[in-house]
Design a protein around this ligand. Structure first.
Ligand code: CO
Length: 489
């Protein structure tokens, strides 16, 4: 067991170095350095991959004698991971890494020039390689499951279809109900200088009781969270002058991811169990802090005074006006800027297309037309600019098929967790009073302290005493938005 843990710690150190290089690349690195940095990252990345599928690790895993629950979970999760990735031939893995890196770079150019053809031939290779990978990764019925399982262990397309179909109908119904009520005024539709936005965001992190000795906030084009190493998690935000909501909710979102990473026990660090349960669970925490807590009336009641102090031009708005302003629902093109309600449709659209791609029901050249058609069906909006259509997100171009559903699963888990939490702690009072350590304490005890010892479906049941169910999200949305729009939705 000790030798096994030592080996994992070694891999963790390479991963830590590569995480820091990645963070630097996205924040402070001079732009001309990008080519060489990509080479360095790929060198370290493939070294860490070779270690993680080496015979030495395999032997250590098979000969280890676990003597505690933590040891048992380490070996169980470690073996599953090892055997899965061991099946992928090194040439296929390297080819995927190479092709997807080029494809993602070309995607940036294609998006800027609004020209799908620039990236099309490489995307075709990425899709082909992804399909090939499903054969090595293994699946029962649907090759898509092999890819999905990388991000959400135990989840299948069959289950996603069962959950997403009624959710789609529900969302369309709520959206129509909201639009019947008419528009809510948006106090945030104004220019605010980045300096004051930054001041407020830094205050927010202090208010949320973040630990500045273990975490730091910087700026990047696309906000992200990067756990660098033991006691070191970096988060980023962005300050858009005419969209002050953007920085506030990006900061809280990434803060949520960081809380999870920082609250996993130190003794799990570097081990297969030393990360969040799944991508969906990780997202459930960022979305919990951002939406359920950060867009709640108790939260805005607690921060209203400070908010008006930093942004005196908003003083004519009541706390309820501001709260309604951060919860406006509208049809829009960009996933990352979508509200809690329409977000569902953005994800289902992507899921349906990627599922069809992997199952040979859609070809790469037909993606733009298929996207536009589905978008018009779900959102009633026409896409004239492909950078607002199928070129908006990097995921497919970087080879991450099976990733998108985890965002929506995050929303669903978060609502179910919130329902359980409210039965045990006085959420509203704690949030008004800024006692976030008690909220975090509950989440740490139930979720963060478990690392990756359990699969998502087991963990959600342990936390909430109930099987995974989208009814909690449907309930949450119905109640909350009926109040936001003063109407029975
Ligand atoms: Co996130």
């Amino acid at each position: 067991m000790d030798k096994l843990k030592e080996y994992y710690q070694k891999i963790a150190k390479y991963s830590s170095a590569s995480a820091l290089l990645y963070w630097d690349m996205q924040t402070y690195m001079p732009s001309a350095a990008s080519e060489y940095r990509a080479e360095v990252l790929s060198e370290i990345g493939s070294y860490a991959f070779i270690m993680s599928v080496s015979d030495e690790l395999g032997n250590l895993l098979k000969s280890a004698t676990p003597s505690s629950e933590i040891d048992e979970a380490t070996v169980r999760v470690g073996l599953k991971e090892y055997e899965k990735y061991k099946k992928i031939p090194a040439e296929v893995f390297e080819e995927m890494l190479r092709v997807s890196t080029i494809c993602e770079q070309l995607w940036q150019k294609a998006k800027k020039e609004r020209n799908f053809e620039i990236v099309e031939p490489y995307l075709e290779k990425v899709v082909e390689l992804s399909k090939e990978m499903t054969k090595y990764l293994g699946y029962d019925n649907d090759p898509y499951d092999a890819l999905l399982d990388r991000f959400e262990p135990g989840m299948t397309a069959e289950e996603l279809n069962r959950i997403f179909t009624p959710l789609k109908e529900f969302t369309v119904k709520v959206l129509k109900g909201i639009e019947k009520v008419g528009k809510v005024g948006d106090p945030f539709e104004r220019e605010i200088d980045p300096e004051r936005q930054e001041k407020f965001n830094r205050w927010l992190l202090t208010h949320l009781k973040y630990d500045s000795t273990k975490c730091r906030l910087d700026v990047s084009a696309h906000p992200f969270t990067n756990p660098i190493g033991m006691n070191d998690v970096r988060i980023t935000t962005r300050y858009v002058p005419n969209d002050p909501k953007n920085s506030i909710f990006s900061t809280i979102h990434e803060f949520g991811h960081a809380q999870y990473a920082l609250s996993i026990p130190d003794e799990f660090y570097g081990l297969p169990i030393g990360s969040s349960t799944s991508y969906g669970f990780d997202e459930s925490q960022s979305r919990f802090w951002e939406n359920i807590l950060g867009r709640s009336l108790p939260f805005w009641t607690g921060i209203y005074e400070k908010f008006i102090e930093v942004f005196p031009e908003m003083a004519s708005y009541s706390v309820e006006d501001i709260w309604r302003g951060v919860n406006i629902v509208r049809r829009s093109y960009i996933r990352t800027e979508a509200d809690e309600v329409t977000y569902t449709l953005h994800i289902i659209l992507r899921y349906e297309l990627e599922h069809a791609l992997i199952n040979d029901e859609l070809s790469v050249k037909d993606i733009p037309a298929a996207w536009n058609e589905l978008f018009s069906k779900y959102f009633g909006l026409k896409i004239d600019d492909i950078s607002l259509g199928c070129l908006q997100d990097p995921h497919w171009y970087g080879g991450s098929f099976g990733y998108f559903p985890t965002y929506l699963l995050g929303n669903l888990y978060a609502a179910q967790i919130y329902d359980a939490m409210k039965k045990e702690i006085d959420f509203d009072t704690l949030v008004v009073n800024g006692e976030f350590d008690k909220v975090r304490g509950w989440l740490t005890e139930k979720i963060y302290s478990k690392g990756r010892m359990y699969e998502p479906k087991e963990l959600i049941k342990k936390v909430t005493n109930s099987d995974f169910d989208s009814k909690y999200f449907i309930d949450y949305v119905t109640k909350k938005y009926s109040r936001v729009y003063s109407s029975n939705l």
